[in-house]
Write a protein of this length. Structure first.
Length: 439
């Protein structure tokens, strides 16, 4: 049992009154930018009609460059380091009793971070499970105040540990719930449980950028009867998809296909629908195709690898699968290409105010594959009556201090039981907390 004292790596970073962007929602060409155009309150709306032609690069950089290692948040909010140094911390999920379960993927461990009474910092860190192979997704089962299991997704399987609220270490060896998931390529697997507890969703990313070597096409009619509309085959079989299982891991079935890499899965609380934060493909230009965050509808096809954002055909698959052209579901929220959205969480608490209740908060890990950087921030997705407006708004920015100086890369978001937001940074090795000052 080890206790950590909280250290002041970063003291409270308060938002300034002038931080909120003026001039409404940025649309069309103005919706595209880079790290230097980010500021809390800046809101973007990217629409399918705004997409450039394939191969366009060289987005002009913005003008404002801080050069400082300082996070910026909206007026009335403050950001501070929540955890001690935790190298490789990725996904965080909050248990009903307020404990934070953290997956550290590369070390192969899941830890429990117990917050202080005021939820301002982590008071205690314990290792719940170790010796894991790329742990990422975490879910509690059954949903509700008294889960009996903690599910953990490795690259090729899903485990579950017996659990009582308040457990800091696993009391027994895990059961294998799902086995035989595809390995290699995109290796992180996120999981979520339907509100009624009957369905376990598992996201499996693609093996490749754009299915360059799937091999011989099967008989599509019979293949899609078992694998779903738009399913890929060969090295991409049961990939670029959200799969569904019974809660005990049985009865594998396709839920939705054509989602290149659903790196973050969450349940929208009003409708109970699964949502994905998705990394799209590369090598089509600086602003193509957009990444996206979307509801995942059963039986739908989202385009990969033959199409993107509706009936836009990937030129590397010119003429392929014309039967799918009019059967593609367009995602709910388009995010600037190569921003790399990972974790998402829905705000069900009251701390951020009634206007933001039900909104999604998404971590953008940041680009490596465009001429100027984008991402490296937390954004807010406004919702109205359980539906996204299509916009996304900068919430926490500042991890990119210059084009060459990036000091943090957000991965996952979650809300503590008292309503503040936490998010992970796998470059800096911290969990951060954003809170709103009491009025």
């Amino acid at each position: 049992m080890k206790r950590f004292s909280f250290f002041a790596l970063a003291t409270m970073i308060a938002g300034s009154a002038g931080a909120v962007a003026q001039g409404g929602v940025r649309t069309g060409a103005a919706a595209f930018g880079d790290w230097s155009t980010d500021e809390p309150g800046v809101t973007r709306l990217i629409r399918p009609a705004d997409l450039p032609q394939p191969g366009v690069t060289g987005s002009p950089p913005g003008r404002s460059q801080t050069g400082a290692h300082q996070l910026r948040v909206p007026a009335g909010f403050a950001a501070s380091a929540f955890s001690p140094k935790l190298d490789g911390v990725r996904v965080v999920r909050v248990a009903p009793n307020g404990d934070v379960f953290a997956a550290r993927t590369r070390p192969g461990i899941v830890q429990v971070l117990r917050p202080s009474a005021d939820r301002a910092k982590v008071d205690r860190v314990e290792t719940f499970a170790s010796g894991l192979q790329g742990p990422f997704g975490i879910a509690f089962y059954p949903p509700g105040p008294n889960p009996q299991w903690v599910y953990v997704a490795e690259t090729t399987r899903v485990l579950r540990y017996a659990y009582k609220p308040g457990d800091l270490t696993a009391s027994a060896k895990p059961e294998v719930v799902v086995s035989g998931l595809a390995g290699g390529g995109h290796t992180t697997r996120d999981i979520a449980v339907s509100p009624d507890g009957r369905t376990l969703y598992v996201s499996v990313g693609s093996q490749s950028n754009v299915a360059e070597s799937m091999g011989r096409q099967p008989d599509l009619a019979s293949f899609e009867r078992t694998h779903g509309l738009g399913a890929t085959w060969g090295s991409e079989e049961w990939r670029a998809a959200v799969l569904a299982f019974d809660a005990d891991g049985k009865n594998r079935r396709p839920f939705a296909n054509g989602i290149r890499n659903c790196a973050g899965l969450a349940i929208e609380p009003r409708t109970g629908a699964p949502w994905c934060a998705t990394n799209e493909r590369d090598m089509l230009g600086d602003n193509l195709p957009p990444d996206y965050v979307t509801s995942v509808q059963q039986g739908r096809f989202y385009g990969w690898p033959w199409y993107y954002i509706g009936a836009h055909q990937d030129p590397r698959h010119a003429g392929a699968r014309p039967d799918l052209k009019d059967k593609i579901t367009i995602p709910d929220v388009l995010v600037q290409a190569h921003s790399a959205p990972l974790g998402l969480a829905f705000n069900t608490g009251d701390q951020f105010g009634a206007e933001w209740k039900g909104d999604a908060f998404v971590a953008l890990h940041g680009s490596w594959n465009r001429s100027t950087r984008t991402g490296y921030k937390i954004v807010r997705l406004p919702f109205r009556n359980g539906k996204a407006t299509g916009e996304y708004q900068d919430f926490v920015v500042g991890f990119a201090a210059s084009e060459r100086d990036v000091w943090g890369r957000p991965v996952a978001t979650a809300f503590l039981d008292e309503g503040s937001l936490i998010f992970t940074d796998d470059a800096g090795g911290l969990v951060w907390r954003v809170s709103r000052a009491a009025k």
